[in-house]
Write a protein that binds this ligand. Structure first.
Ligand SMILES: NC(=O)c1ccc[n+]([C@@H]2O[C@H](COP(=O)([O-])OP(=O)(O)OC[C@H]3O[C@@H](n4cnc5c(N)ncnc54)[C@H](OP(=O)(O)O)[C@@H]3O)[C@@H](O)[C@H]2O)c1
Length: 502
């Protein structure tokens, strides 16, 4: 391909929340890093009738509001100069033909084959319509003689196995898997990526990362926010589909998978799929799961309504805003080790955390003296306050032998500074470079849905257990883990937060 030919990044759904809050600020960041070459263009389309100038003003305001880095006026002008806007209706065939013309015009006559990225920042139910419209206008094929065509799909990918399969068939009838980028933005979080390095790049961790040493593992994805302005989507999805099917399953895979042969996308994905296949075969998932929904309560002194009192939510809604489950991975590494996972809205704190709880030491040395030892804990904090803490037992100074757990911390921000890439910055960069490692392959999505369907279907008409907003969830979730003689380890502020001045 000629070097002066543009890359055109087309955003469907450009007036929406995701584009304004995440995509445009992330693209601006890439501009600041000189990752967008001189010919890079951003074509924004959505239903709203707004002039190009009007759209650029909105884009500027969004970048100013949501940018993670300080906005430089000159750079912002340069960035806005790359943006065009066209009103577009997804169900109008003629709009796709116009879009094609516009792309050709932007490419110029000297560039018959350009690099094209299409980002579908649109509700999942519209994906089929858009993909078919693109096909009819011949927008889906890789260009002859060089330029690539890539397409990015947001989560959720379907709402159950059947709809996901249908969606995937539609997509695969026009795109090749190598063109497809399915987003799970959790995979681009620094601490999630760090998991591979931590596990397989350190001889002190990997040998102890298995059933011989680990008693159990907990994964918590907790939010303090409620349903906000996503009522329409959330009331049909719930926590199981919104968080467990994608983020929690991906975290679980990265914690539990065996070492991939290489760091290539396919080898990593192959190992993740092995884990998902094992879980999908479990028979006991349903009896080990808890469905919850928030009742009214209080967070940081603010009175909050119950889920069923939220705007646009059915007063008799049975949707889960909380989910907890115990599951097993029956393979050589993990047979017999329970994984307890939970997620919820309106919980006491916002945190995503993985905790490895080690078995009690076998030595009787201290027990004979009546000294109790705490289990060693390894905390991996994905957000906020990213970092890793190893909690182990140490002697308290003095003549007597007294033992207390102490922390050894790795504070990500203290070491590397506050400017680690935000998920979308990393993901957009990777799409531009054709790296699919941080995107989910179809079989990962398929097996995750198999797991979720096994729970969601029988759950559909079941009453959720209510929990007070601002707590850690329903008491039934405490009982789930409590009957095994264990308890949830609730996220707390690590010691290094003080160093960050928060
Ligand atoms: N927002 C987030 O933080 C977030 C996070 C993770 C995943 N996602 C996913 O990202 C996708 C987009 O989410 P969002 O929050 O940005 O949704 P949104 O705010 O509802 O935006 C939807 C966009 O689609 C456009 N649109 C809808 N129907 C259309 C039609 N018939 N023809 C042309 N344009 C149409 C809208 O255009 P008009 O405004 O002009 O009508 C708007 O630009 C969803 O799949 C969502 O699940 C979002």
């Amino acid at each position: 391909m000629e070097t002066n030919c543009p890359t055109i990044f087309t955003i469907f759904g450009a007036t929406g929340d995701l584009t304004q809050r995440k995509l445009l600020p992330a693209l601006y960041f890439l501009e600041s890093q000189r990752e967008l070459d001189g010919q890079f263009r951003i074509l924004c389309v959505a239903r709203r009738q707004v002039s190009e100038e009007g759209f650029r003003k909105e884009a500027a305001a969004s970048v100013r509001k949501y940018s993670r880095i300080k906005v430089n006026d000159e750079l912002l002008e340069k960035f806005l100069g790359r943006i065009s806007y066209a009103p577009f209706h997804f169900s109008k065939e003629e709009d796709y033909a116009l879009l094609k013309e516009r792309l050709e015009c932007m490419a110029g006559t000297h560039c018959p084959s350009i690099d094209r990225i299409f980002y579908l920042a649109i509700p999942s139910e519209l994906i089929g319509t858009v993909v078919q419209g693109m096909e009819k206008a011949s927008l889906t094929k890789q260009a002859q003689g060089g330029g690539y065509t890539r397409v990015v799909f947001e989560k959720p990918f379907g709402s159950d196995l059947r709809s996901a399969k249908r969606l995937n068939r539609t997509i695969l009838s026009v795109f090749d898997e190598s063109q497809i980028y399915r987003i799970d933005h959790y995979l681009a979080k620094e601490l999630v990526q760090n998991l591979l390095v931590m596990r397989f790049g350190n001889s002190i961790f990997e040998p102890l990362w298995n059933k011989r040493y680990i008693d159990h593992i907990q994964i918590t994805v907790a939010e303090t926010i409620g349903v906000e302005n996503r009522a329409h989507y959330y009331d049909t999805a719930g926590s199981l589909r919104d968080v467990v099917q994608n983020h929690i399953m991906q975290l679980l895979c990265l914690v539990a998978m065996a070492s991939p042969k290489t760091l290539n996308a396919e080898d990593i994905r192959n190992e993740k799929v092995k884990i998902l296949t094992r879980i999908a075969r479990s028979k006991d998932m349903l009896s080990y799961s808890v469905k919850g929904q928030y009742a009214s309560g209080e967070i940081e002194g603010k009175e909050l309504p119950a889920y069923r009192q939220e705007k646009d939510i059915f007063r008799s809604s049975l949707t889960d805003t909380y989910f907890a489950m115990k599951l097993f991975i029956r393979n050589r590494l993990w047979r017999g080790v329970p994984f307890y996972v939970r997620t919820g809205k309106r919980l006491k704190d916002r945190a995503t955390e993985i905790v490895l709880v080690y078995k009690q030491p076998e030595s009787r040395l201290f027990k004979e003296r009546g000294l109790e030892l705490e289990s060693n804990l390894l905390f991996i904090r994905v957000q906020p306050d990213e970092g890793i803490t190893l909690q182990f037992n140490a002697k308290v100074p003095g003549n007597k032998v007294l033992i207390e757990p102490v922390d050894m911390d790795f504070c990500h921000e203290c070491k590397f500074g506050p400017n680690s890439p935000e998920s979308y910055e990393r993901l957009l960069h990777d799409v531009m470079h054709g790296d699919q490692t941080l995107f989910t392959r179809w079989d990962e999505v398929e097996h995750s849905w198999k797991i979720i369907d096994r729970i969601a279907k029988p759950w559909k008409n079941r009453q959720p257990h209510l929990y007070e907003a601002g707590t850690w969830g329903p008491k039934e979730a405490d009982e789930l883990i409590g009957q095994d003689g264990r308890k949830w380890i609730n996220p707390s502020k690590p010691g290094y937060v003080a160093l960050l001045g928060r």
